[in-house]
Design a binder for this molecule. Structure first.
Ligand code: CP
Ligand code: NVA
Length: 334
């Protein structure tokens, strides 16, 4: 089932939605979904849907009178995150400044604290993609402007916004009747998904090999969220058990950025977790396949499943734009 996009709200109502800040995003960091309420997550998804409807109809949408600026610190490669943030800032009539690892030398050329203080004097917000989560929390501690986690070794919160919006668009309203399965590495993407899903009451199961489990603090947080929202959480080593009956089956690379040297060792361990037609046949009959990208065909996902679900997977990529635009508007206001 593909849920049709609602008719866009008139721009004045959209501005009102942002200005009232009823979800309490204004001036907040977005470092971990653990720090945000279900209401805040829903606010991003609702505003993102509206912005998407405006974009698709080429309607004039909301933008800033005064051009806000976003510093984008990247310690790792990126296509989607960098482009979707730059395009977001362009649509909002703001400006994004890309800072490569060589430009800044975060924690090497200059301390995290001094980078945070310096950037706070010039820009309205900072986004950072880092190796160690402590770098993004360090930036958030020392910056006087909001900091958005653009992926750390622990979590990829802004990916989860796009994932949840895609699940909603393809499968229906998010809540206890939705179910998603994740197969592969218990990594940053799974961490964010566990928290996002359980906060919104979405049932989630995950399968990973022994030794590649999600971190205990994320599992604990997801279980306690699930107790509150009625979501179910199933964690297993058996990929077939995890995907059974699921409406969406999600995977990510087996070796994340920074783990490339483990690629071969991981390929052997993770082989039974490949998202292929056989595994997908155990999910719900019209189940969708999801992938945050970049994808490695014939590794974590077969070429066949990738080709058959291209549309959903690139909807997921597109939704990075709409959800990040919504997040920027909610954090920075109008
Ligand atoms: N999914 C994602 O974050 O993609 P990039 O690494 O290309 O930004
Ligand atoms: N887990 C992957 C996600 C890439 C978007 C990584 O950290 O490299």
């Amino acid at each position: 089932m593909e849920v049709p996009l609602a008719l866009p709200l008139p721009v004045e109502q959209l501005r009102e939605l942002i200005t009232t800040d009823s979800s309490g995003w204004r001036k907040k960091n977005c470092v971990s979904l653990m720090d945000h309420s279900a209401q805040q997550i829903r606010a991003v998804l609702e505003l993102a849907s509206e912005l998407k409807a405006h974009d698709l109809q080429r309607k004039s949408s909301v933008f800033w009178d005064y051009p806000r600026t976003l510093a984008m610190l990247f310690q790792k490669s990126s296509l989607r995150t960098r482009v979707s943030f730059e395009v977001s800032m362009a649509h909002l009539r703001g400006h994004a400044i890309y800072l490569s690892p060589d430009d800044v030398g975060l924690g090497i050329r200059e301390s995290v604290e001094d980078v945070a203080h310096g950037l706070s004097r010039w820009v309205d917000a900072i986004t950072a993609r880092v190796y160690h989560h402590s770098m993004v929390t360090g930036l958030a501690t020392h910056a006087s402007v909001p900091v958005i986690n653009a992926l750390s070794d622990q979590e990829h919160p802004i990916q989860a916004f796009a994932d949840l919006l895609t699940l909603q668009e393809h499968c229906g309203p998010l809540g206890n009747s939705r179910s998603i399965a994740y197969v592969g590495d218990g990594n940053n993407v799974l961490h964010a998904l566990l928290i996002g899903c359980t906060k919104l009451g979405v049932n989630i199961s995950a399968a990973y090999p022994t030794g590649y489990e999600p971190a205990a603090e994320y599992v604990q947080a997801a279980l306690s969220e699930a107790e509150r929202t009625g979501a179910t959480v199933r964690l297993t080593n058996d990929p077939v058990e995890a995907v059974r009956g699921a409406e969406a089956v999600y995977t990510d690379v087996w070796a994340s950025m920074g783990q490339e040297h483990e690629k071969e060792e991981r390929a052997a361990i993770f082989a039974p977790y490949q998202l292929n037609a056989n595994l997908l046949s155990h999910a719900a009959p019209s189940a969708i396949a999801m992938h945050c990208l970049p994808a490695h065909r014939e590794e974590e996902i077969s070429s066949e499943v990738m080709a058959g679900h291209n549309n959903t997977i690139f909807d997921q990529a597109e939704n990075r734009l709409h959800t990040q635009k919504a997040l920027l508007l909610l954090i920075l206001g109008l």
